[in-house]
Structure formats: C-alpha cells, structure tokens
Design a protein around this ligand. Structure first.
Ligand code: HEM
Ligand SMILES: *[C@@H]1O[C@H](CO)[C@@H](O)[C@H](O)[C@H]1NC(C)=O
Ligand SMILES: *[C@@H]1O[C@H](CO)[C@@H](O)[C@H](O)[C@H]1NC(C)=O
Ligand SMILES: *[C@@H]1O[C@H](CO)[C@@H](O)[C@H](O)[C@H]1NC(C)=O
Ligand SMILES: *[C@@H]1O[C@H](CO)[C@@H](O)[C@H](O)[C@H]1NC(C)=O
Ligand SMILES: *[C@@H]1O[C@H](CO)[C@@H](O)[C@H](O)[C@H]1NC(C)=O
Ligand SMILES: *[C@@H]1O[C@H](CO)[C@@H](O)[C@H](O)[C@H]1NC(C)=O
Length: 322
C-alpha cells in the first residue's frame, strides 16, 4: 500500500524522472536501422512455411507480457531442474520460438548486443497480426530482457496467467493487476480471431458440464455437438481440438460475431457476454471491424508496455541469460 502511494506520488510529481526510461518507437533508429525490416521478413517467411506461426507469435507475446512484464522471460530455457515459463502447464501451443531465434541471429549479425529479445517478440507479434490481414502500428521499443523465468509463475500467485475457465470477475482482476482495463480485456481477447485450442482447454464445457447438464447451455447446441465430435470424452489424440474462430488464419472480427452466436471456444470468451459493459463492447466489435482494430491496436500497445523488473540485460541468445 505504501509502495503504491509512493508510486502514485512519484508519477504525479516527477513524471519525467522515473528511473526507467520510456519506450520509444524510434529507439533503434540509429543503432539498428534495419531491425523492423529484418523481423518482418523473418516472420513473413516463417508464416509462408507454416500458417500456424502468426497465432503462436501473438500468443507468445501475450504470455511474455503477462508474466514478469514484457521481458522475454517466456523465451528462456530451463536451467537444470529449474523449469522455465515455457515448461509451465499453459505452455501448450507456445511453439514458434525458432522464429524469434532466426530474427535474433540476423539482428545480431548486423547490430550485435543492441536489440532486446523482448523488443523482437513485440515486433514479431505486430507483424504476425498485419501479415494475417490485421492492422499495423508503431511498436514502442527499448525493453530489456529479464533474467528470471519460472514455470510456476504461469499458474501460481501472485500473477498467474488467466485460466480459460475464468469468469468475468476473475478476468477483470487478472487484467487490472497488470494495469489493463475491461476494454483492454475485450479488445485483446480478439486475439482469438487467430489460432487453435486443444480439447482440454474447453473439455469441461462439452462433457459433464455440471450435475444436471452435460453441455454448457451457453454454447450453440449444434456447435457444441461438432466440438464433441472433435473432442470425444476419452480421446487418445492429444493434438485434437478446435480452431478458435472459423477463419483461424485471418485477423478479422469473426471472433466477436461467433461469440454472440454461442460459438466461442473458451469459458473465458463466453464470460465477456456476462457483464453489461463487456457485452456492449463485444457487440460493437462484432458490428464494426474498424472499431475492433482501433481498440486492439491501443490495447496491444498498452499490454506491450507492461514493465519487467529486477536485473535486466540485452541477451545475445534469446534462450539463455548472458
Ligand atoms: C483473456 C484471457 C485469455 C485466456 C484465458 C486465454 C486462453 C487461451 C487458451 C486456453 C488458448 C488455447 C491453448 C491451447 O489449448 O492450445 C489460447 C489460444 C490463443 N490465445 Fe489466448 N487467452 C487469453 C487472452 C489472449 C490474448 C490477450 C491474446 C493476444 C492478444 C491471446 C492470443 C491467443 C492466440 C493467438 C491463441 C492461439 C494460439 C495457437 O493457435 O497456437 N489470448 N488462449
Ligand atoms: C512487412 O512486410 C509487408 C509485406 O512484405 C509490408 O507490407 C509491411 O509494410 C511490412 N511491415 C513493416 C512494419 O515493415
Ligand atoms: C510444456 O510443459 C510440459 C511440462 O508441463 C513439457 O513436458 C513440455 O515440453 C512443454 N512444452 C513446450 C513447448 O515447451
Ligand atoms: C467467479 O469465480 C469465483 C471463484 O473463482 C467466485 O468466487 C465468484 O463469485 C465468481 N464470480 C461470478 C461473477 O460468477
Ligand atoms: C487470475 O485468475 C486466477 C483464476 O483464473 C486467479 O487464481 C488469480 O489469482 C488471478 N490473478 C490475478 C493477478 O488477478
Ligand atoms: C448447471 O448449469 C446451469 C446453467 O449455468 C444452471 O442453471 C444449473 O443450476 C446448474 N446446475 C447445477 C446442479 O449446478
Ligand atoms: C488429431 O487431431 C488433429 C487436430 O484436430 C488432427 O489434425 C489429426 O489428424 C488427428 N489425428 C488422428 C490420428 O486422428
């Protein structure tokens, strides 16, 4: 509490003297002028080779920012017995690490020791969205890479990742702990316009929902049946699942349209309809792609500014501390 008051006091009275310098979109203009081009072409090449890459990069940036701030902690490998974030239970489908490695190698060859892995990831997520047909924006840069990455951080207090089973009050709290609003929650959930979910992330909605119902009644019944055929109760196929939206490679507002039809995948998606304010935003974004894109860009920039803390550095290899 004292710390919060002190922080608020500092921000109000010394807005320009904070110990960490603000992020800037021209941060590397002098030190690594070709950075953005390198990252963009690396992402583009990877997407041509594997259409799942865009979703993975976007989700990776989200996980990075939500745990310890956007400090590339999600990229670190475990050390000995100490499991890293990427070894934590929500890690499934965090899988495009090689794309960041490739970009980093090229960047190191041109501007050694200058560009953080956290900035490369933030750029890659932006490019993945644009190259999937979504909006683009200027990425504020100047992040540093953290030196700590722990599997338990993803699921244990104080700041675990939001669970796909969350209700609206849990989501709200999860976001507000990171300085993000209900509006950010709704706009960023639109990231689920890309990609795929494994069965276990929504299994509880389609089998043994509760003591009286087998299926979550907020699901469209025929859609629920198709999910059940993809994900039967005792499924041996551990890769089985469903796309998060019917156009999983296109960044559009289909996610919100489907949500209003009871065709969302996760309980946490459905939860956006249970609060008047968040529901109104869902309706707005379902109706107007442009409003969605505007809000998404704003919220991505806000999310990408979540600060890392503790000792920081510029890693040379994104998987290991220097
Ligand atoms: C609101 C809280 C959120 C929850 C509870 C959540 C949960 C999940 C879950 C459970 C999956 C499926 C994982 C799997 O089974 O493979 C997923 C996938 C995904 N999430 Fe989220 N997510 C949230 C917010 C976000 C945000 C803010 C973004 C980015 C802006 C995002 C981007 C994605 C993407 C792109 C995928 C697809 C990944 C792929 O296809 O590999 N999510 N999310
Ligand atoms: C990335 O490349 C695409 C196509 O090659 C181009 O249209 C886009 O402007 C580039 N984005 C950035 C940020 O350079
Ligand atoms: C995810 O974590 C599990 C252990 O919980 C581990 O076996 C698996 O290799 C990890 N997956 C990735 C992609 O790192
Ligand atoms: C959300 O879930 C928590 C338990 O995790 C519960 O205490 C709370 O009442 C729920 N809120 C709503 C609005 O259902
Ligand atoms: C996030 O939500 C989970 C439940 O989904 C809860 O256990 C956790 O405490 C929340 N974390 C924050 C930082 O609000
Ligand atoms: C099962 O879920 C439905 C819909 O949410 C609810 O109306 C019903 O009371 C629940 N039943 C039990 C036993 O929890
Ligand atoms: C398992 O599920 C995945 C994803 O739905 C699918 O592509 C694959 O063909 C399935 N494998 C088998 C053996 O059914």
């Amino acid at each position: 509490m004292v710390a919060i008051i002190a922080l608020v006091f500092t921000i109000i009275f010394f807005p320009f003297s904070s110990p960490v310098s603000a992020l800037r979109s021209n941060y590397y203009d002098k030190t690594c002028p070709h950075l953005e081009q390198i990252v963009n072409s690396t992402v583009e090449k990877a997407m041509k080779n594997d259409n799942k890459v865009a979703a993975r990069l976007l989700r990776m940036h989200f996980h990075d920012c939500f745990i310890r701030g956007c400090d590339a902690s999600v990229l670190l490998e475990k050390k000995g017995n100490h499991k890293a974030e990427k070894d934590g239970p929500p890690n499934i489908s965090l899988r495009a690490f090689y794309v960041i490695d490739h970009a980093k190698e090229k960047v190191e060859a041109l501007c050694p020791g200058v560009v953080s892995c956290a900035d490369i990831l933030a750029l890659a997520a932006r490019d993945a969205v644009f190259l999937s047909g979504g909006p683009t924006w200027k990425v504020p840069k100047g992040r540093k890479d953290g030196i700590i990455s722990k599997a338990d951080d993803t699921i244990l207090p104080p700041y675990p990742l939001p669970s796909p089973k969350s209700n609206i009050s849990e989501l709200r709290r999860n976001f507000s702990e990171r300085g993000l609003s209900l509006k950010d929650l709704v706009a960023l959930s639109g990231g689920h316009t890309l990609g795929f979910s494994h069965c276990f992330s929504f299994q509880d909605r389609i089998h043994n929902f509760n003591d009286t119902l087998d299926i979550d009644p907020s699901l469209n019944p025929s859609f629920a049946n198709s999910l059940r055929s993809e994900c039967p109760m005792h499924n041996k196929n551990r890769s089985a699942g469903s796309v998060l939206d019917f156009t999983p490679f296109k960044f559009d507002n289909m996610y919100y349209k489907l949500l209003l039809q009871g065709k969302s995948i996760l309980t946490s998606d459905q939860a956006l309809l249970t609060d008047k304010r968040t529901r109104a935003l869902v309706v707005k974004y379902a109706t107007c792609q442009e409003e969605f894109e505007k809000a998404f860009v704003k919220s991505m920039i806000r999310m990408s500014k979540i600060r890392g803390h503790g000792r920081q550095e510029i890693r040379l290899n994104c998987r290991v501390v220097r």
